[in-house]
Ligand binder design. Structure first.
Ligand SMILES: C[S@@+](CC[C@H](N)C(=O)[O-])C[C@H]1O[C@@H](n2cnc3c(N)ncnc32)[C@H](O)[C@@H]1O
Length: 439
């Protein structure tokens, strides 16, 4: 993700009503200058971006263009709370959650955990060390590894064939009942994105998270998610893990198999999790895991930021492992033609209307209606590579909000990460913000 380059080329925004925004056409400006000209409200109501740590790599995360998003928010923000309706990795909570009462919502439960890590500070900072948490987890990790019998030592495997045999044994652990209460990852995910040993530590640290409440609980889970993302042999999401079909793939997968969950956990805990506990607590935050329509129904007038999915893939498939970590509910696993699917997805997964072609226009109309009914202003992110065109989106907004809201569109060129290891790792897109402000 660090390779993303954001080119801040502002273009004239054509409003849905045909008005033109303030910026001269084709003027290339530095980021800071753009913000200055965009942010017409630089008084006490202006929101600004705090630096914050990221816990996971997230497809479609707005982290790299938050200055653009926040400048859009400042165009319609009139004080009071901010609601991030599709919070994902909770980047907006990380950036402005210390300035306003914040409602963080996403249908996926892991998002509320990440938002909690940014938002749920307590009066006293946490002082628990990673070493302490790891020592609390160790007995269970060792017990799990004892129960499964001999497991792979990746230092001793030099041949691809031997590696594939060992991975198949690990994949078959799902057939072996285990007595420990916390054994979900060891049994069902060994040999997938993680080795059996990595899974045993994921389970063991997960059990330790349950012994802590409040901010510490969120932070432990967010830090496990970090270790899962960076030790897993995939590309940062959990749609597919790689097979060792070539020697090159074998060597690369082994590198990840050798990564230590506890090392990644400990480093992140001290570098980023504990410092978050020293932020000033702000009252009035809410963490929700609702469908966006239900969330809008509960909302008091505020400023809504909406960043719905842009494409046909479902987040519930790409991040099912994080959802399962948080819920820890031993879900039924999806089967196809009588076989467990390779990715071991949860059988019950949310299918977003924003990712189903025929449902997208209706989903946006419901979004605009909900914003209007709650008496809120709106900043909506979308791109020219989305499921519907920006023109169509503007006409839907115009149809629902046109009579009672001022509408504007801002655009910006941006390089997007595709989160694959393939050639097409970065793609140039136009990011747009549709702003709707009550007349
Ligand atoms: C583009 S991502 C948001 C990324 C986020 N702004 C960030 O910076 O990480 C879209 C999010 O919408 C969520 N989502 C999809 N359908 C939803 C629905 N019906 N209600 C609420 N959230 C939904 C997905 O789980 C996903 O996290």
């Amino acid at each position: 993700m660090s390779k993303v380059e954001t080119e801040c080329l502002m273009t004239v925004g054509q409003t849905a009503t045909g008005q033109i925004l303030l910026f001269p056409k084709d003027v290339k400006t530095l980021k800071g200058q753009v913000l200055e000209s965009l942010d017409s409200r630089s008084g006490p109501l202006a929101l600004h971006q705090e630096t914050f740590p990221q816990f996971i790599k997230y497809m479609g995360s707005k982290t790299k263009i938050l200055d653009f998003v926040i400048s859009g928010l400042n165009e319609v923000y009139e004080g009071g709370g901010v609601c991030d309706l599709f919070a994902g990795s909770a980047s907006l909570a990380g950036a402005i959650g210390d300035q306003v009462p914040f409602v963080s919502n996403d249908i996926q439960r892991y998002s509320a955990v990440l938002a909690g890590a940014y938002l749920m500070q307590e009066d006293l900072p946490c002082t628990i060390s990673a070493a302490c948490l790891i020592e609390d987890a160790r007995p269970l990790a060792e017990d799990l590894l004892h129960s499964i019998g001999p497991y792979t030592n990746y230092d001793s495997i030099t041949e691809r064939e031997a590696f594939v045999r060992a991975e198949n044994d690990a994949l078959n652990l799902h057939l072996k009942p285990l007595p420990q209460k916390h054994h979900l990852f060891t049994r069902f995910y060994s040999g997938t994105w993680w080795s059996a040993e990595q899974c045993a530590w994921i389970d063991a640290l997960r059990s330790v998270a349950d012994r802590h409440e409040g901010h510490a609980h969120h932070l432990i889970l967010a830090t496990i998610m970090h270790a899962m993302a960076y030790c897993g042999q995939g590309t940062g999401h959990f749609a597919q893990y790689r097979d060792a079909t070539t020697d090159h793939a074998f060597q690369d997968i082994v590198r990840y198999r050798k990564r230590s969950i506890t090392d990644y956990f400990a480093r992140k805990w001290h570098k980023d999790a504990l410092p978050l506990t020293r932020r000033r607590p702000v009252q009035g935050h809410q963490l929700l895991s609702k469908d966006y329509v239900d969330c809008l129904e509960t909302l008091r007038p505020c400023t809504v930021y909406a960043d719905p999915p842009y494409c046909f893939v479902h987040y519930s498939r790409f991040y099912h492992a994080l959802e399962t970590l948080v819920r820890y509910d031993y879900p039924e696993i999806q089967h196809k033609n009588g076989k467990m699917v390779k990715g071991r997805y949860r059988a019950e997964r949310h299918q977003s209307p924003f990712s189903i072609g025929t449902q997208v226009p209706g989903a946006f109309t419901k979004l605009f209606q909900g914003v209007q009914a709650s008496g809120s202003n709106l900043v909506l992110s979308y791109s020219n590579t989305g499921m519907i065109t920006l023109e169509k989106l503007q006409s839907l907004a115009q149809a629902t909000l046109g009579s009672s809201y001022d509408l504007q569109v801002l655009t910006m060129a941006h390089v997007h990460m595709t989160m694959g290891r393939a050639k097409d790792r970065a793609r140039e897109v136009t990011e747009a913000l549709l702003l709707a402000r009550k007349k």
